[in-house]
Ligand binder design. Structure first.
Ligand SMILES: Nc1ncnc2c1ncn2[C@@H]1O[C@H](COP(=O)(O)OP(=O)(O)O)[C@@H](O)[C@H]1O
Ligand SMILES: [Mg+2]
Length: 367
């Protein structure tokens, strides 16, 4: 097992596409790191550079104490699990798992021991003589995992390994992978575009956007203390509300609308609040702001309600299941100070502790 150090690495493809732009990540021994971001943000490129399947344009990658930029993929002591499983169709499950070890000239007894152990961990014992086509999607995925496990590598690399599975199986396999990684304690780098998968699997999440790191943090940090509008809207569903506001010295005002928060700041900002942090009431609250009802979705466990301020700005909020709203009711929202996030209007970066005076203790409790 090993730490992995990614230092200021960039990838420029032939033709000039800068797919990864000066990314640095320090991954501790045994840590589960998830790279997450929209399609095309450079996740696979970054992972493939760690694997040695892509050359590094600038920067350095170290696995353990060794810089591996020039090391052959086979000699990096990593094992990769791909989205399409990449199993050999003509080989049995046992042969698929044993193949890489055989190629290295490992002795038969040791191969048999490792395959049996991996098959046990992954509940594949009854399927060892089957061919991949005789397996379900989830079982194939397990074989692909088994092939990685038998190598007992310093680091696992996963590129969207669950994308080809249906939603239910994806959730099951997600928890299997998490438990397996905990049990083996192998340093892991996992790529996904699915923020929920990232949140549930990761010790730390790396949010990528356009080849750059937006934020690195624990799932709680990226959720409760997003570093940018991008992170605030990418992590969490429905996404954080981002309201355009102008500070007049006493409050932050919506375009042609009401003041929604007290602040002594001047100028243009973006104000963020998560749907579940908005309070909705049918009677005027202190600091309540009148809104009209736009739309309501009942999701079973809770409702998502869209309301509109005077001036037209809309806001989404979550209410508990069973919360009923009369179409004609007068509605008011409260945006609690300690749940607000303030972002620079130009570059979208967070302005830390903009509302800290309000209730610093409450915010601390979350991270
Ligand atoms: N072999 C390649 N040659 C040129 N451009 C590539 C190549 N592979 C990927 N890209 C480009 O690099 C960017 C990042 O791609 P990729 O790493 O596959 O993103 P992701 O895995 O996050 O979807 C994209 O703009 C993609 O089109
Ligand atoms: Mg990809």
């Amino acid at each position: 097992m090993a730490s992995v150090r990614i230092e200021e690495i960039s990838k420029v493809y032939a033709g000039g596409v800068r797919a990864v732009d000066r990314v640095s990540i320090d991954i501790a021994d045994g840590e589960f790191i998830v790279l997450v971001g929209p399609s095309g943000c450079g996740k696979s490129t970054l992972l493939r550079m760690v694997a040695g399947l892509e050359t590094v344009t600038e920067g350095a990658i170290a696995i353990g104490e060794r810089i591996v930029n020039e090391v052959d993929p086979a000699d990096r002591d990593i094992a990769m699990v791909f989205q399409n499983y990449a199993l050999y169709p003509h080989m049995s499950v046992r042969q698929n798992m044993a193949y890489g070890l055989k190629n290295r000239g490992m002795d038969r007894a040791e191969i048999a021991r490792r395959v049996a152990e991996a098959a046990g961990i992954l509940h594949l014992g009854d399927y060892l003589e089957r061919k991949p086509r005789q397996l379900s999607g989830g079982q194939r995925q397990r074989v692909a995992m088994g092939r990685a496990i038998v190598r007992e590598p310093a680091c696992f690399l996963f590129d969207e390994p669950l994308s080809n599975l249906d939603a239910k199986l994806r959730i099951e396999m997600r928890s299997e992978i998490k438990q397996l990684q905990k049990r083996l304690g192998t340093t892991s780098i996992y790529v996904t575009h699915d923020q929920l998968e990232a949140m549930t699997l990761a010790d730390r999440v790396v949010v990528l956007n356009g080849g750059r790191v937006e934020q690195i943090g624990t799932p709680r940090e990226v959720y409760h203390r997003p570093a940018s509008v991008f992170v605030a809207q990418f992590i969490g569903a429905p996404p954080m509300n981002i309201l355009p506001v102008t500070g007049n010295g006493t409050g932050l005002r919506l375009p042609d609308g009401p003041i929604v928060a007290r602040s002594d700041r001047l100028g243009a900002f973006r104000l963020g609040i998560r749907p579940e942090d908005v309070t909705l009431a049918t009677a005027p609250l202190p600091e309540g702001i009148p809104v009209s009802l736009v739309h309501r979705e009942d999701l079973g466990s809770h409702n998502i309600v869209t309301v509109r301020f005077d001036g037209g700005t809309e806001l989404r909020l979550a209410t508990p299941f069973g919360y009923t709203l009369e179409e004609s009711a007068r509605l008011f929202v409260c945006l609690p100070h300690h749940r607000l996030h303030l972002f620079d209007a130009e570059n979208g970066r967070v302005i830390r502790d903009a509302f800290a005076q309000a209730q610093p203790a409450a915010q601390e409790a979350y991270v």
